[in-house]
Design a protein around this ligand. Structure first.
Ligand code: GLN
Length: 546
């Protein structure tokens, strides 16, 4: 598209958790399917600089981008839907906005002026929104504002939207997502909260151009007219967003409601091509028509909150579709696993995934899960802390180093098989505490992992402080656990495998962040495939190497 970048703002009203991220990603997908370039940005109104320090119970998983930004999990949806990488610029928090403004103030950049929310904070917000547009590569920048309109903390964002809409005229529009609650006693959907939410936006100077109405029941005839009339929007711009079987249905539901067409018309874009959603539909066909079901155990300490493992769950779904199988995830709480009950909990599962994590809680349970999986020759995928647990378990039960541990769990362990490298210690002292973002990895020819990827040079994303301790490398290799993936520059171990096992892979990196609908991650795809073979009784090392 030639001409200036178009800005689309997405706000939410009535309640939180309406799925703004999915609606934003779905609109982006539809525009992308018509050949436009699109990126999505999330503005989070909390004061943390980024979600890196947040407990997963607060906002779910912390998603990591190629450039090492710790971001909101919605960025995972953006990447999974669009299959294009995001970066630090795609997630900004109030904390970061204020930090930038305060740093500028300290440097004297405001030339003695009184620094205020308007214009300084709002200017900083506008700068972040437009930074993506200024790259000159995007036809559309979709900016999603976290939280709910009316919250005190989102006021500066709404004000920034008001100003940008005024400045950009036809190059900007606002979409407001609301809820139509259903009253079962009267059997009715109610529009009043939507009207109030739009009033709230209007009181802040923003007239939404499009309303997307979340609803558990079909909207009745005349409802769109009523909402249109009371909220000053076109009838066609009232979009019904019914509950979907899967989040991956939402782009098609939005297409039926013509959300993309209304957006294009309102932004004055004509002669756009038909959307090409063939690959998307093919994914949905496979996802919804599985030929088999495979039960995979996900062992972690946050399992009561599935959002804490969002990218892993989605990557398993993508891999399931690729194998035309349904992945039935069994969420297993690591704190509940003991040597005594582990068999009861893990019996009958076709694959075990030990999840990432931090700190001591649930570690002993994870080690029991690894032991069960190793001894019973069940397909195993350990991710980050899951890989570290595989290394610790092997030390304790195969190498006979009973007190082996990670120095994260026991700084005084006599056998620090997982520890912090000198280089990382120096960074921790300087405040940058984690190895973050994409690093290269060289895989050994013929390893299970190289076979899964179909290549030996890969790049994967990291988020951790501790590493396999290379002092133990030889001892492990002799006993049957080898480092088959190594960072070519630093020699840090990225992947371990056990020789005497049909499929046992531990990765220090996070493959889940890179799985998308269009490109399921090869390691997850192979893991699900070998789990299916294990279930059918056809898995042996040779089959896994085929
Ligand atoms: N706690 C471990 C470390 O810091 C693993 C981190 C993770 O699983 N993301 O190295």
């Amino acid at each position: 598209m030639t001409g200036s970048t178009k800005y689309i703002f997405v706000t939410g009203g009535v309640t939180s958790s309406l799925g703004k991220g999915i609606v934003s990603a779905s609109l982006a997908k539809l525009l992308q399917a018509r050949g436009f370039t699109v990126t999505i940005q999330k503005l989070d109104p909390y004061i943390n600089i980024d979600p890196g320090t947040l407990n997963p119970y607060e906002h779910g998983e912390c998603y990591v981008t190629e450039d090492g930004a710790e971001t909101d999990l919605d960025l995972g949806h953006y990447e999974r839907f669009l299959d294009t990488p995001t970066s630090q610029a795609n997630n900004v928090t109030t904390g970061r906005i204020y930090q930038n403004v305060i740093n500028k103030e300290r440097r004297g950049e405001y030339l003695g002026k009184t620094v205020q929310v308007i214009p300084h904070i709002t200017d900083e917000i506008k700068r972040h929104i437009q930074a993506l547009g200024r790259k000159g590569i995007y036809d559309f920048v979709i900016t999603e504002v976290g939280g709910t309109v009316g919250d005190i903390e989102s006021l500066p964002y709404v004000e920034a939207i008001r100003q940008l809409k005024w400045e950009k005229g036809r190059d900007a529009l606002a979409i407001h997502l609301t809820l139509l609650p259903y009253l079962s006693t009267s059997g009715e959907l109610k529009t009043k909260p939507t009207q109030h939410s739009v009033k709230e936006l209007l009181s802040l100077g923003v007239q939404p151009d499009i309303l997307v109405c979340r609803t558990e029941h079909p909207m009745t005839k005349g409802m769109k007219d009523k909402i249109a009339l009371f909220c000053n929007v076109d009838q066609r711009a009232v979009i019904e967003s019914a509950d979907a079987d899967t989040i991956y249905d939402v782009p098609l539901l939005m297409q039926q409601e013509q959300l993309d067409v209304v957006v294009l018309e309102k932004l004055g874009i004509a002669n756009y091509p038909e959307p090409d959603l063939d690959r998307w539909r093919e994914f949905l066909r496979r996802h919804k028509n599985p030929k088999a079901t495979v039960r995979i155990g996900l062992v972690g300490k946050y399992v009561e909150l599935h959002d804490a493992y969002k990218s892993i769950k989605e990557a398993l779904d993508h891999a399931g579709a690729e194998n035309e199988a349904k992945v039935d995830i069994q969420w297993i709480h690591s704190e509940k696993l003991t040597a005594k009950n582990v068999a009861k909990h893990l019996q009958g599962l076709s694959g075990i995934l030990v999840a990432p994590g931090f700190g001591n809680r649930g570690i002993e349970g994870k080690l029991e899960a690894v032991r069960y999986t190793r001894e019973n020759k069940v397909p195993f995928l350990g991710i980050c802390l899951g890989m570290q647990c595989a290394v610790i378990e092997f030390a304790r039960n195969v190498l006979g180093l009973a007190e082996a541990n990670s120095t994260e769990m026991n700084p005084d362990t006599p056998w620090p098989v997982i520890s912090m490298m000198e280089e990382q210690k120096a960074k921790v002292d300087m405040g940058g505490t984690m190895r973050l973002g994409a690093y290269p990895c060289k895989l050994s020819e013929g390893s299970l992992t190289a076979l899964a990827y179909g290549k030996t040079s890969i790049k994967e994303r990291h988020r951790h402080r501790y590493e396999f301790n290379n002092d133990f490398l030889e001892q492990y290799r002799k006993a049957g656990m080898s480092a088959v993936g190594v960072n070519p520059q630093t020699k840090l171990v990225e992947v371990v495998e056990i020789k005497d096992h049909p499929w046992f892979v531990g990765v220090q990196y996070h493959p889940e962040y890179k799985s998308t609908v269009i490109r399921p991650h090869p390691l997850f795809t192979r893991f699900v495939q070998v789990a299916l073979q294990h279930q059918e009784g056809t898995l042996d090392r040779k089959a896994a190497m085929a």
